[in-house]
Each structure stands twice: as C-alpha cells, then as structure tokens.
Design a protein around this ligand. Structure first.
Ligand SMILES: [Fe+2]
Ligand SMILES: [Fe+2]
Length: 172
C-alpha cells in the first residue's frame, strides 16, 4: 500500500459529498425558473436527502473524532449549530409543495447555509483535523460503510426518512 496522508480517507469522502451537494444547489439555481413543480420537488428532495445523509455521517463519526483531535472545540460546536439550522429548513422544505410561493426562497436559503457551512469546514476545520496526529483512514472506512448502508435505505424507497427523533407524519 502506498503511504497515504493521515486523515485523507475520511476527509476525501466528505469533500466528495460537498461537491455533490454544491452541484445540486447550482443545478436548482439554474433550473428553478423554467422547471415544473414536480421537477423542482425532485431536485430539492435530492438536495435535502444528500445533505441529511452527509450531516448524519459527520455528526456520528467525523465530528466526535475531530473533537478528540482538536484542542479547541469551537469549530465543531458551530458546525453542529449550523447543521441544526439547515436541518430545520430541510424539514420545512420537505413538508412543502414545490408550487408554494416560498418554496424557491427556502431552497435558496438552504443552499446559502450549506455553502457557508461547507466552506468553513473546508477552509478551517478540515485543515486543522488533517494536522492533528490521528489516523482517520479507519474512520473513513467506517463512514463509507455507514453511508452506503444509508444510501441503500434511500434506494429501498425510504427517501422521506425522518431525521433523528423528529417524527413528521406524511400528509394524508
Ligand atoms: Fe457539516
Ligand atoms: Fe460537511
């Protein structure tokens, strides 16, 4: 095996997610004016799901490891608060129909929250974690497995899954 930089596996996986989420945000920006409500709902739904999946993995695996690796935990605290705000907005979007007059605004603001958040992770948190002397490769494996398992659940049709402990009954 070639020598790999410590931290790269876990962080590379998160960077890939960021790229994907950013693409969905851009795609929505580009298409929302011309798109049908169904198309918007589909794309925004994808964005919400990708974000939730990513946030779950970070909260369950990466942030706890980063807390141990870093001396100051402010960055992680802030990141968790940002996740919580984005999750709130995701729940609102998931509960709305795409022809709602506020739909585009909510998706746009969600996109802005996420852009700001991933930028801070990439510019501040990840470089610090990379410099910390911990082996994040095993963590990367764990994260990958958890992500694949969660994706499997999405593909099995559980796309409107509930976020931790917050049940939302589907519209009857
Ligand atoms: Fe995050
Ligand atoms: Fe992230």
């Amino acid at each position: 095996m070639t020598a790999k930089k410590r931290g790269s596996a876990a962080i590379d996986l998160l960077l890939d997610d960021h790229k994907q989420v950013r693409q969905l945000i851009k795609q929505y920006e580009k298409m929302h004016e011309a798109a049908s409500a169904d198309e918007k709902q589909e794309l925004a739904g994808q964005l919400c799901n990708e974000f939730l999946l990513h946030a779950d993995i970070e909260e369950q695996f990466f942030y706890p490891a980063a807390r141990e690796a870093l001396e100051e935990e402010d960055l992680i605290d802030e990141a968790e608060v940002e996740h919580a705000s984005a999750r709130d907005l995701v729940e609102q979007i998931q509960a709305m129909q795409a022809d709602d007059p506020m739909y585009d605004a909510k998706v746009k603001v969600l996109g802005e929250y996420i852009e700001h958040h991933v930028e801070e992770e990439e510019k501040e948190m990840f470089p610090k974690v990379k410099r910390a002397k911990l082996d994040f490769d095993a963590l990367g494996q764990e994260m990958l497995q958890a992500k694949e398992a969660a994706q499997g659940r999405f593909l099995a049709g559980d796309s409107k899954r509930k976020t931790k402990g917050q049940g939302r009954s589907p519209r009857a």
